[in-house]
Design a protein around this ligand. Structure first.
Ligand code: KIV
Length: 273
């Protein structure tokens, strides 16, 4: 009797991300918010999928990440999880669901883990969220930090410009990164900070850093998928490399479809029953 075993896909874990940092292998992370796209990028070899609260911007059309709710994040995350075979799936705890107390942070994280099947949560901030980070970790839920430009605080910053250019803010960011590491975070996103600071923080930490606009020396990179695929058009920060122009591809496909329907050339004889 022959036993046919399906080739097993080796899942990415937080421990593997740590090992990747040790051996100098860069970590590739992208956002995704739905089943179809998550399936493609998981199959294409992405290491980490972030169900980011940027869903508020790119999926729901809001100006900021603030309006998205926990229920909406869980909806996106559960769609992504169903598609993923290999990548680690990290979910943002949205604004207003962890800042109140560490108990609220724990309840939100447990809902995300139970209802979506995701593997980890991410939240923004340093010393201000220490108690929440510890409480979530105490329940066995892996936590990723997020420092630098933290979009949930946009109305405090006033702009989306580069953070931690001044020494004082740079020192605070490094202290916060070390604190998050001591608390037990498995990684930290560094958003829109000077490349030198991205390098300094990455060298001082044992845990991996994932940069977005934080230079080439972080342990990994993350981009919003709609931005790197050229679906969004208006957003053009210096750090964004576009790997495709899907806006043009989709527009041209839809133009052709509209023409064919109007010209009565679709469906053809072969395309009917
Ligand atoms: O929500 C998001 O997409 C993010 C990335 C920009 C890191 O937090």
């Amino acid at each position: 009797m022959s036993v046919h075993k399906k080739a097993e896909v080796k899942k990415i874990t937080t421990h593997q991300l740590q090992e990747m940092k040790i051996r100098g292998e860069k970590i590739a992370m992208l956002t995704a918010y739905d089943y179809s796209m998550a399936r493609i990028i998981d199959h294409a070899g992405i290491d980490v999928i972030l169900v980011g609260d940027s869903a508020s911007n790119v999926m729901a059309g809001n100006e900021t990440t603030l309006p998205i709710t926990l229920d909406q994040m869980i909806y996106h995350a559960s769609s992504v999880v169903k598609a993923v075979k290999r990548a680690l799936v990290v979910v943002d705890i949205p604004f207003g669901y962890y800042q109140g107390s560490s108990g609220e942070a724990l309840r939100s994280s447990i809902r995300i883990m139970k209802e979506s099947g995701a593997h980890a949560v991410k939240l923004e901030g340093g010393s201000e969220v220490k108690d929440s980070v510890l409480r979530i970790l105490s329940a066995g839920v892996p936590v990723m930090g997020h420092l630098g430009l933290t979009p949930q605080s946009i109305y405090k910053f006033g702009t989306y410009s580069v953070r931690a250019k001044e020494e004082q803010e740079a020192n605070k960011l490094l202290e916060d990164a070390l604190l998050l590491q001591e608390c037990g975070c498995f990684g930290i996103v560094l958003e829109k900070i000077p490349a030198e600071l991205g390098k300094k923080v990455s060298l001082q930490l044992r845990i991996p850093t994932i940069g977005i606009g934080a230079g080439p020396d972080t342990d990994g990179q993350v981009l919003v998928m709609q931005d790197m695929l050229g679906i969004t058009q208006e957003f053009k920060p210096r750090f964004l490399r576009r790997y495709a122009d899907l806006n043009s591809v989709i527009t041209s496909a839809v133009n052709s479809y509209v023409s064919d329907v109007k010209a009565k050339s679709f469906p053809s004889t072969e395309e009917k029953y």
